[in-house]
Design a protein around this ligand. Structure first.
Ligand SMILES: [Mn+2]
Length: 356
């Protein structure tokens, strides 16, 4: 197993790659979507939470990430002595009508195919995605973590209707008419995912890229009145069984799985790691379950993280773990301190278990 660090778009700099290396990471997971674009309600020095209006504005619908841009990113990561393991998340501007089954769907399928080919060309082996209409919405920020550290959580269901022109908690059409987007049904959403996977996975396979699905964050049956897919651990099996392509893989978020009301996080780790479907892992801890959970420091939540590592080791998981999110530590660099604490913990835990 390997330690990675996830970096948001505005953090993809040589200094931050050096920070990752110094914190014990050997791999980087890069976010290319600028979640914070045009959003003043969303401080960019922490994970995005946004408010009722979402994280920020989606990107340029006509500007896909280029192969040259992806290759330059890989080189810059490698120049710092690291490996670029994955790109995390599509831009809603490039694929919203796949999620919404809208009029631009076929163009958006072509966008995803093009992006997968370009990842292959740049030799980036994993594309993380989150097949979600409402996205990561409905969370609140507060001094929930140890010592009053600023953290993120949920304080009840969030079903304020999603406005038109919004998908995946970002605004892709600021001029959309007022009013709520029509809610999909759960079966429609599963059908959209199945058709999507059927169309793009053959391209992913040929490009040598794994498509890695994140579960719902937060894992509620609905958010903003829109259905969710993987909001209980067993629904990951349904996703895997939809398509037998070896490129049909998981971005396994241990925190989100522990927030789910059904099942047991250790059984879920065992079940999916023993099927060798996990592309990479979001290794974070949490207290409580939806709709009242709070994200915690990695050593301070409900999950016995060493037990998780032991299961992963036993099942031969050899991929990358990234801290995903951490509470903000009170100092002049709250995000960095939180991440360095998490990577240090993971490194120590791995050493104790003879993982590296
Ligand atoms: Mn996650």
């Amino acid at each position: 197993m390997k330690i990675g660090l996830g970096l948001y778009r505005h953090m993809l700099t040589p200094d931050n790659f050096r920070f990752a290396r110094q914190a014990g990471a050997t791999h980087v997971v890069a976010h290319l979507v600028d979640y914070f674009r045009g959003g003043t309600h969303n401080p960019s020095d922490n994970q995005p939470t946004g408010a009722d209006q979402g994280w920020g504005l989606a990107g340029d619908p006509d500007q896909l990430w280029t192969a040259a841009e992806l290759k330059a990113l890989r080189k810059s990561v490698e120049d710092a002595g690291l490996t670029l393991e994955a790109i995390e998340n599509f831009d809603p501007a490039h694929w919203h009508d796949i999620l919404l089954d809208g009029p631009q769907r076929s163009r958006h399928i072509d966008n995803v195919k093009t992006l997968l080919r370009r990842l292959g060309e740049a030799e980036i082996p994993i594309m993380g995605y989150n097949f979600s209409i409402a996205g990561v919405a409905g969370r609140i920020t507060g001094d929930f973590a140890r010592g009053g550290a600023l953290s993120v959580g949920m304080s009840g269901p969030y079903d304020l209707p999603m406005p038109q022109g919004m998908a995946w908690n970002m605004v892709y059409d600021a001029k959309a008419p007022a009013g709520a987007a029509e809610p999909a049904t759960s079966e429609q959403l599963w059908d959209r995912l199945e058709r999507f996977l059927g169309e793009v996975l053959p391209v992913a396979e040929r490009a040598g890229v794994k498509m890695a699905a994140h579960p719902d964050d937060p894992p509620m049956p609905t958010i903003r009145g829109q259905p969710r897919l993987v909001y209980q651990p067993q629904y990951y099996q349904r996703l895997i069984d939809l398509n037998l392509s070896p490129s049909n893989a998981l971005e396994f978020c241990i925190g989100s799985i522990a927030e789910m009301t059904d099942g047991d996080v250790y059984k879920a780790v065992d079940r999916y790691s023993s099927q060798h479907r996990i592309a990479y892992i979001h290794f974070r801890n949490v207290r409580g379950k939806v709709p009242f959970y709070k994200e915690s420091f990695v050593d301070d939540g409900d999950i016995d993280m060493l037990r998780v590592l032991k299961i992963l080791k036993r099942n031969g998981f050899d991929g990358v773990l990234v801290p995903d999110h951490t509470p903000q530590m009170t100092c002049s660099a709250p995000w960095y301190a939180g991440m360095a604490f998490a990577t240090g913990y993971i490194a120590g835990a791995m050493r104790a278990l003879g993982i590296r």
